[in-house]
Design a protein around this ligand. Structure first.
Ligand code: SAM
Ligand code: SF4
Ligand code: SF4
Length: 344
């Protein structure tokens, strides 16, 4: 790997989230509360060759972890082919996928064969009626089938992501821990974030890491924090229950981890975002399609990363009156501000 590239705060460029589509077959209230959206124009969506080429340029600059996301990444036609192309990029040590799981039963084995190593499935509730009310999807059984298929396909360290929202699923924490244990997976509870798309966000709906731990200790007894080996930059803090079951909490609202943030995001149409909260991205599609060499792309990326000083979640923490980041008109004016466009 090349010498690590660092930003203005000394944070390396190490992890890239690639959104392969802005489309989704769910409508989670914390991400896509509307029925209709301004979609990215079809011709602007990067081809697999373009994504793989950018992955190669990023890997040359020190990125070693790539996560495919969206929107719902499994809606992208023939995703296994992209997985296979990315596995051929030298320097990558980790290739993972985040999915809502609805289409996973059909695709898990093929993705594993193509070289995908890890999968995270979003699972906010074990109750089909709640999912219908909260995400406008009646396909809870497909989600559970997707989790079973991922287990059967042999992915390493299967993770389940749960966004915890007061009054919606905060009474299911122990049930989700039990479900994860029964499926040989690890659940990660995520604080509800005021990202673009979360137009109905308010602080009182956020269930903090402290509250999550308190609720689980009432159910299970003493919870022990796990000491991660090595220089961990993972956002999730991991914990152990008295019986040895582990789980994670991502405290992105109450204890943000901007100080060690080594990740950036590429939208499906080639906008590169330095932070989940960035107002704008850097357009990589235009130079890519205008014949820029890999060296020229690398120079643009390196110069941009060196100047990076983003710490969006920490800045939000300091706001006296915190509400939704954007209202609908500003999201409609630029869909790149949407969480489902920039990739979670
Ligand atoms: N559609 C896929 C899925 O849901 O797993 C991948 C994209 S989704 C944007 C990625 C992750 O972002 C999901 O785990 C989702 O729960 C999380 N997410 C979306 N909006 C969020 C919010 N307002 N706060 C916290 N997490 C959020
Ligand atoms: Fe839900 Fe993921 Fe779709 Fe957003 S992109 S609405 S989090 S399934
Ligand atoms: Fe990284 Fe921005 Fe998230 Fe902070 S808010 S952890 S800088 S992506």
């Amino acid at each position: 790997m090349s010498e690590a590239l660092h930003d203005a705060f000394g944070r390396p460029l190490a992890s890239l989230r690639v959104s392969v589509t802005d489309r989704c077959n769910m409508r989670c209230r914390y991400c896509m509360p509307e029925d209709e959206y301004v979609w990215l124009p079809r011709e602007s969506i990067l081809t697999f060759e373009e994504i793989a080429r950018l992955a190669q340029v990023f890997a040359g600059l020190g990125v070693h972890k790539v996560r495919l996301t969206g929107g719902e990444p499994l809606l992208r036609q023939d995703l296994a082919t992209l997985v296979e192309m990315i596995t051929r990029v030298g320097g990558l040590t980790d290739l993972a996928l985040t999915t809502n799981g609805l289409l996973l039963a059909k695709q898990a084995a093929e993705l594993r064969r193509a070289g995908l190593r890890r999968v995270t499935v979003s699972l906010d509730t074990l109750r089909p009626q709640r999912m219908l009310a909260f995400a406008k999807s009646a396909r809870h059984a497909d989600l559970l089938g997707g989790i079973a298929a991922a287990r059967a396909a042999g992915f390493e360290r299967l993770k389940l992501n749960t966004v915890v929202i007061r009054g919606f699923n905060d009474d299911e924490l122990a049930d989700l821990v039990e479900f994860a244990r029964a499926h040989d997976a690890e659940v990660r509870f995520i604080e509800y974030m005021d990202v673009g798309g979360a137009t109905r966000w308010s602080m009182d709906q956020v269930v903090s890491q402290r509250e999550i731990l308190d609720a689980l200790s009432r159910a299970y007894g003493r919870i022990e924090p796990l000491q991660e080996k090595g220089p961990s930059r993972a956002p999730a803090e991991r914990f152990r229950l008295p019986d040895g079951t582990t789980f994670g909490v991502i405290a992105s609202v109450t204890a943000p981890f901007c100080r060690t943030c080594d990740r950036s995001r590429l939208t499906a149409d080639g906008a590169w975002l330095l932070c989940l909260y960035s107002e704008h991205g850097v357009d990589l599609r235009e130079p890519l399609r205008c014949g820029a060499t890999n060296e020229a792309l690398a120079a643009l990326i390196a110069a941009t990363w060196r100047a990076r000083s983003d710490r969006g979640a920490e800045e939000r923490l300091g706001l006296p009156q915190r509400g939704a980041l954007y209202q609908l008109d500003r999201l409609r004016a630029d869909p790149h501000r949407e969480m489902h466009t920039r990739g979670g």
